[in-house]
Design a protein around this ligand. Structure first.
Ligand SMILES: *Cc1c(COP(=O)(O)O)cnc(C)c1O
Length: 402
């Protein structure tokens, strides 16, 4: 069924309407249920709820109406059957692995994923008997060769962080299914406003809601979207027992974030394109990574697979760490912070922050050099972002010898 034929309507209608269940108060905006537990009319009703005979809320580690609104809305935007919200993006990945993998299973993960995800697959899961192999995101032969009879899951992000490499989701979904594996896509950088991995064959979508779904840098949260058996049963079953669930307050913030998601993503894409083109012309910038640039190695694929090129732009300066730090320190408008997907432009030195805890060898293989700077282009006037970066490139050069 196409979105247009669906009673939920098109993407923009879903973003503001899906998942709302008005109470008798007839509130216009979604209600915030700040309640850790829910009451029963009598002991028999309590027993029926606990036994599962009767549907309904019991306790907010299991279900909460505000969290459910967020889950229904995000599922509607991703085109998934169901969604489970989590306390953070990392707990969404952890819950997926803990519920769908067993000791002895094997994962193939893209080398270019979020640094903490590399640590989870490389250091924590092996203690529980789950081994992982890392392959370069766009080395399709590498993916094929890394799959063993024990492999259960392929895991990737596209575009990648921080270099914005783009992988062919349809190809990797077909590969995963031919080898009896699940394809899990972390859709943090694009959000469903720009890319819907489930429609391209992925089995599960992961979100760090902390980023663009919030969009204004307020709350930490995450989500898993996919079919009822895997997400509604397995992932939900793990979460309600293990506990890293989303708070109702955070869910309410994310619900309101989803209402403006597509508008914001369009503006992030426009601003990022302007900044990327401008950076390409700066003599002190040796390389710009942005899928919207025609010379990006995966520009054609990004154009086909995505509805926009996203808000993340990375660039390189000569002179290594000292030069990159000099440029970052000389900015005044943009914020020096590791978060991304905010209305405010943020600037990061990946090699010593987000990718600082992986080994130097892993970093080099992921292409994260000391001269690399990541921008999450925000919603300010792009000329002001450019003016700040122009001064930073000039001053950083004077003080640090770029
Ligand atoms: C931030 C991020 C995560 C982790 O999310 P948290 O909400 O910080 O736990 C996972 N994947 C990507 C791509 C991210 O950018």
């Amino acid at each position: 069924m196409s979105q247009q034929d669906d009673p939920l309507g098109g993407f923009d209608t879903r973003a503001v309407r899906a998942g709302q269940h008005r109470t008798n108060e007839q509130e216009q905006s979604e209600a915030l249920f700040l309640s850790s537990s829910f009451t029963f009319r009598n002991a028999a009703e309590a027993a029926a709820r606990f036994s599962g005979e009767e549907d309904g809320n019991i306790y907010s580690r299991f279900t909460n109406p505000t969290v459910r609104t967020f889950e229904e809305r995000l599922a509607a935007l991703e085109g998934g059957a169901t969604c489970v919200a989590t306390a953070s993006g990392m707990s969404a990945i952890l819950a997926t692995c803990m519920s769908l993998l067993r000791s002895g299973d094997h994962v193939v993960c893209a080398r270019q994923v979020f640094g903490t995800t590399v640590s989870l697959f490389g250091k924590i899961l092996p203690r529980f008997g789950v081994q992982s192999s890392f392959v370069s995101l766009t080395d399709y032969e590498g993916w094929q060769q890394a799959i063993t009879p024990r492999t259960r899951m392929l895991f990737l992000e596209t575009p990648s962080n921080p270099l914005t490499d783009v992988a062919d989701i349809r190809y990797l979904a077909d590969l995963a299914h031919a080898r009896d594996c699940l394809l899990v896509v972390d859709n943090c950088f694009c959000t469903p406003a720009l890319q819907r991995p489930l429609a391209l064959g992925a089995d599960l979508v992961i979100h760090s809601a902390t980023k663009y779904l919030d969009g204004q840098g307020r709350c930490v949260g995450g989500a898993v979207v996919g079919p009822q058996d895997l997400v509604g049963e397995e992932v939900f079953g793990f979460l309600r027992t293990a506990g890293p669930t989303m708070s109702a307050f955070n869910a309410w913030v994310f619900i309101k974030g989803l209402e403006t998601l597509r508008l914001r993503m369009r503006a992030h894409c426009e601003n990022a394109m302007e900044v990327a083109l401008w950076l390409s012309e700066q003599p002190r910038v040796t390389r710009v990574h942005y899928p919207g640039l025609p010379d990006h190695p995966h520009h054609a694929l990004a154009r086909r697979q995505q509805d926009g090129y996203g808000g993340i732009v990375s660039f390189e300066v000569a002179g290594g760490r000292e030069a990159a730090w000099g440029v970052i320190d000389a900015t005044s408008l943009v914020s020096i912070t590791a978060n991304l997907g905010d209305a405010k432009t943020t600037i990061t030195h990946p090699a010593t922050t987000t990718h600082g805890r992986i080994t130097e060898e892993e970093r080099a293989r992921a292409g994260v050099g000391e001269g690399l700077i990541r921008l999450s282009v925000g919603l300010e006037d792009p000329v002001d972002i450019q003016r700040d970066l122009a001064r930073a490139l000039a001053e950083g050069a004077n003080h640090r010898g770029v």
